[in-house]
Design a protein around this ligand. Structure first.
Ligand code: ATP
Ligand code: MG
Length: 498
């Protein structure tokens, strides 16, 4: 390593390596961090490997002021440098004894893991040549048995040893290969690529959680679109998100130059370019996923035009199923589903009313409104022939800003349950909720009605209504609309026998 590369290693890491060596053991930084230093990328953590056993590692660091954590996870001992920020790469340094891995009978996890005293054995079990280098900065010695440095120089992902063997040991490596290629802008070496294709079906043995974690990294990577193309070309996508395949060759006509699949990944590409948050990029990838299932001929059989009525409703449902299956946290799932569900808003600033904009914000929520605008940008650029002019979008954004000052949830009404009970002497109960929603509906149409005086008078009138009448008034304000639309789309499907 040159001086610049060596100097990029945090002093806490050097200190850790030194403590082990002073106690008579070998120590190296290894794997991802060595790869990242050579690529002039900042490693997100540093892994250390050594010929000491976990007990020996613990006894070396117990004598220091560092906090030592040991959870018996494959023998890894964590050293905490609590003076550093938690997100500093040197905050927790993980030290793992050299390991060999035994047989892999289920192409997932090794049946047994045992420690070794030979660094070469440890490097042999690692997945790719670029991840199989160990470096000792104290003696400036690099162990690179598989030409990892050369592969880094050539931007190539290549398995350590025979790819067929390595992918049958652990099928997750298939996804890792494409993920690293997407993160680094690398290509898979021919034999590795051929083998990935051959072993695609073994992805079915991998747990949803492990697939999800790799998929997240891929979608979040700088070359995410290329990664998606590879998942498709190599036959991997059907084990991850098969629903996306329905869009391949699904022509759209009209202003669209691309099939649904290409449009989805091009939208993702724009999200990557703009560095939008992960959930917006995922929404861009999924936003038209419901189109193939809703595609109909526009004017009967002979027509060349297509319609996709309800594709955002169907797409939101599919998105939810996919994200449930992949065990995404609910918070992320809710955001992506909402963005997909509401991406079809009408945004012609000359033809739209402020109250329509207000309803749109109420649907998707204030927190997501700007993400929804970003998704629209992805959608626009992803068509190849953007249908909206940016100045119109800017005008629309100005309308949103204007409307954001007005109430869009019952919480922003100038009246609430406490006032109704405490000051107006009304009885608490479900009626109160319906009244509030009915009031919100009125105020959404005309924000000038949001005064204490008007709302009190209107509350007294509404309390006189029968329950069912009141419910109906407030209903539009709740999320019943969704269900109705689902039902309508279902009917449509039945009619067309799909
Ligand atoms: P990242 O930047 O994503 O953390 P990384 O290379 O550090 O990349 P990790 O998943 O943290 O990846 O794994 C650390 C190291 O362990 C890898 O560099 C590789 O040497 C080895 N490794 C991880 N997973 C596997 C696997 N499934 N098969 C073989 N070796 C693996
Ligand atoms: Mg890592």
């Amino acid at each position: 390593m040159n001086e610049v590369q060596k100097n990029s290693i945090p002093k806490e890491v050097i200190w850790t390596l030194n403590e082990l060596q002073n106690a008579g053991y070998e120590s190296y930084i290894v794997g991802g961090c060595v790869r990242d230093i050579y690529l002039a990328r900042v490693p997100h953590d540093y892994d250390v490997t050594t010929n000491a056993t976990p007990e020996q590692i613990i006894s070396v660091f117990e004598k220091t002021d560092r906090r030592v954590v040991y959870e018996n996870n494959f023998g890894t001992v964590g050293i905490i440098n609590k003076d550093l920020e938690k997100n500093h790469p040197g905050y927790e340094i993980e030290i793992t004894p050299y390991r060999t891995e035994g047989n892999y009978s289920d192409s997932r996890r090794p049946d047994d893991v045992s420690f070794s005293t030979d660094i070469h054995e440890d490097l042999m079990r690692r997945d790719f040549t670029i991840n199989a280098m160990a470096y000792d900065p104290i003696h400036n010695s690099l162990i690179d048995n598989y030409q990892g440095k050369e592969d880094l120089g050539n931007s190539v992902i290549r398995t350590v040893g025979n790819p067929d063997e390595r992918f049958s040991e652990d099928a997750l490596r298939i996804m890792r290969a494409i993920r690293f290629a997407s993160q680094l802008g690398f290509i898979c070496e021919t034999e590795t690529m051929t083998s990935i294709k051959k072993h695609a079906a073994s992805l079915a043995n991998i747990s949803a959680e492990r697939i999800r974690d790799e998929f997240i990294k891929l979608v979040d990577a700088p070359y995410a679109k290329d990664g998606m193309v590879h998942l498709h070309k190599l036959g991997l996508l059907e084990y991850i998100v098969p629903e996306l395949l329905e869009g391949v060759d699904c022509e759209q006509g009209g202003i669209h130059s691309f099939d649904v699949w290409t449009h989805n990944i091009k939208s993702l590409e724009h999200g990557t370019y703009k560095e939008y948050p992960f959930y917006v990029k995922l929404a861009a990838l999924f936003h038209d996923i419901g189109k193939p299932r809703t595609r109909r001929k526009a004017n009967g059989r002979g027509s060349k035009e297509w319609t996709f009525y309800g594709h955002e409703v169907v797409g939101a449902k599919m998105t939810k199923e996919i994200m449930r299956r992949l065990k995404f946290p609910n918070e992320t799932m809710d955001k992506v589903v909402k963005l997909v569900r509401y991406h079809m808003f009408f945004s012609d600033p000359d033809a739209i009313t402020l109250s329509a904009v207000r309803r749109m914000i109420k649907n998707v929520g204030k927190e997501l409104i700007w993400d929804l605008m970003d998704l629209r940008t992805c959608d626009r650029i992803g068509t190849g022939r953007p249908k909206e002019k940016p100045y119109r979008l800017r005008k629309y954004h100005a309308m949103i800003e204007e409307v954001m000052r007005d109430p869009i949830s019952v919480g922003m009404l100038k009246i609430n349950g406490d006032i109704m009970i405490g000051e107006m002497g009304l009885k608490p109960g479900p009626k109160m909720g319906w009244v509030l929603h009915a009031l919100l509906e009125e105020v959404l149409d005309d924000p000038t009605l949001n005064t204490r005086e008007y709302l009190e008078g209107r509350t007294r009138e509404l309390f006189e209504l029968e329950d069912h009448e009141l419910k109906k008034l407030g209903e539009a304000g709740k999320d019943k609309k969704d269900e109705e639309e689902f039902r309508a789309v279902k009917k449509l499907h039945r009619k067309h026998k799909v």
